[in-house]
Design a protein around this ligand. Structure first.
Ligand code: AMP
Length: 113
């Protein structure tokens, strides 16, 4: 099941996924298949398919996701060593789940592109 329901179920607490942080706008949880020592996903609670669906009305959601990711990086104490934020879009960008999500990666030296 690689559809948007995966993340919707996590947001609605219908799974055992460990939620790191949740408020009225976003939910943050550990990636099930971490690509770095710290790999956290940040998703909006309202459904947005991907970056192509960002517009003037919902731009605040994306800004807030970024803002909270930086806060989480500080809470996880990876802000000084450094981290990377990735948002994949569609097939060529490597987006597998059609629900906007931001990857926060760190806790170790990441490989360069
Ligand atoms: P993307 O390739 O950008 O669409 O990223 C999707 C990410 O979701 C991958 O890094 C997966 O490991 C992760 N993922 C898939 N299913 C789950 C799940 N149930 N809980 C947490 N992360 C998941």
């Amino acid at each position: 099941m690689m559809n948007k329901k995966i993340f919707q179920n996590i947001i609605n607490k219908k799974t055992h996924s460990k939620i790191i942080f949740q408020d009225e706008k976003i939910t943050a949880f550990h990636d099930i298949s971490p690509k770095a020592r710290i790999h956290i996903l940040i998703v909006p609670n309202i459904f947005i398919k991907n970056l192509n669906h960002i517009n003037k009305k919902n731009l605040n959601v994306l800004t807030y996701m970024l803002h909270m990711s930086i806060k989480i990086a500080k809470k996880e104490k990876i802000h000084k060593s450094g981290y990377r934020i990735i948002i994949n879009c569609n097939k060529n960008g490597g987006q597998k789940i059609p629900y906007l999500h931001l990857h926060l990666l760190g806790g170790e030296k990441l490989k360069n592109f």
